[in-house]
Design a protein around this ligand. Sequence first.
Ligand code: NAP
Length: 244
Amino acid sequence: MTTPTAPLTGRTVVVPGGTGNVGEGIVRAFLTAGATVVVPSRSRQRLDTLTRLIGPDLSAHLQGVDDPYGTFDEARALAERIATEHGRVDHVVASVGGWWMGKALWDTGESDWQKYFIDTTTAHTALARAFVPRLAPDGSYTVIAGFSGRKPYPSAGIVSMHGAALLMMREVLSAELRGRRRVNDLVLGPVVNRSRPGGDPDWLTADQVGEAAVALSRTPGVTDEHIVLNTVADLKRELGRMTT
Ligand SMILES: NC(=O)c1ccc[n+]([C@@H]2O[C@H](COP(=O)([O-])OP(=O)(O)OC[C@H]3O[C@@H](n4cnc5c(N)ncnc54)[C@H](OP(=O)(O)O)[C@@H]3O)[C@@H](O)[C@H]2O)c1
C-alpha cells in the first residue's frame, strides 16, 4: 500500500489544465514527489511556458502533449495514447477551466455560455469518462473546483453553474464506482498564483494546492469526498488528517 509520504517514482500522473495558474502548482508538486507528469494542452506555446516555469531540473519528467480533449472522442484517444505509452495511468488531477465574471445571468450571451459552461463542462466529462476506466486499481481521480460551485457568485453565474455541475459529476462517479476507484474533489477558495501574485495571507498558493493534490493521491483511505480548501488553516487540517 502507498503511504502518504512515499515517493511517486514510476507513477504516471495526468494533469489536464496543468498549463493554467493553479495547474502549474499541481504539476510542480507531483514532479517534486518523483512522478512522471503528463500535461495535455491545446497549445504548444502554453506547454513551453509551463516547462520554462517548472525549470530544467524538475521538467525532465514532465511530458507536454499538444492534444485536445474537448470532445469525448478526443479525450478517449488521448487516454488511450497515454496509457499505451506509459503502460499505466495512476492519478489524474483535472484543473480545467478558469474564472469569468461581468454579467448577470439574464445578460449573459450565448458565446460566453458556450465557452465557460458548455466547453469546460464537456471537457471535464470527456476526461472523466476516458480516464476513470483506465486508472490503475490503486489510482485516483481528483477534480479541481472552486468555491463558486457551492455558493452563487453574482455576475459569475456561468462559472457557478459549471462548478456545481463538476461537483455533481464527481458525486455521480462516486455513486457509480462504489469504491472501485478513488474519486474526490478539491473545492478551492481564491488562490495566489502567477497571474495574481498578491493576496490575502490566508489564501492558498498554487503550490499548496499541489501539495494537497499529492497528499490526496497518496492516501488510500480518502475517497468520495468534497475537500474544502478555503484557507491555509484548511490545508493544514486536511494534510494532518491525510498523514495520520
Ligand atoms: N485561480 C483561482 O484563484 C481559483 C480559485 C478557485 C478555484 N479555481 C479552479 O481551478 C481550476 C483552474 O483554474 P485556473 O485559475 O488555473 O484557470 P486557468 O489559468 O485559466 O487555466 C485553465 C486551464 O484549463 C485548460 N482548459 C482546457 N480546456 C479548456 C476550456 N475549454 N476552457 C478553458 N480552459 C480550458 C487550459 O489548458 P490549455 O489552454 O493549455 O489547453 C488551462 O490550462 C478551475 O476549476 C477553477 O475553478 C481557481
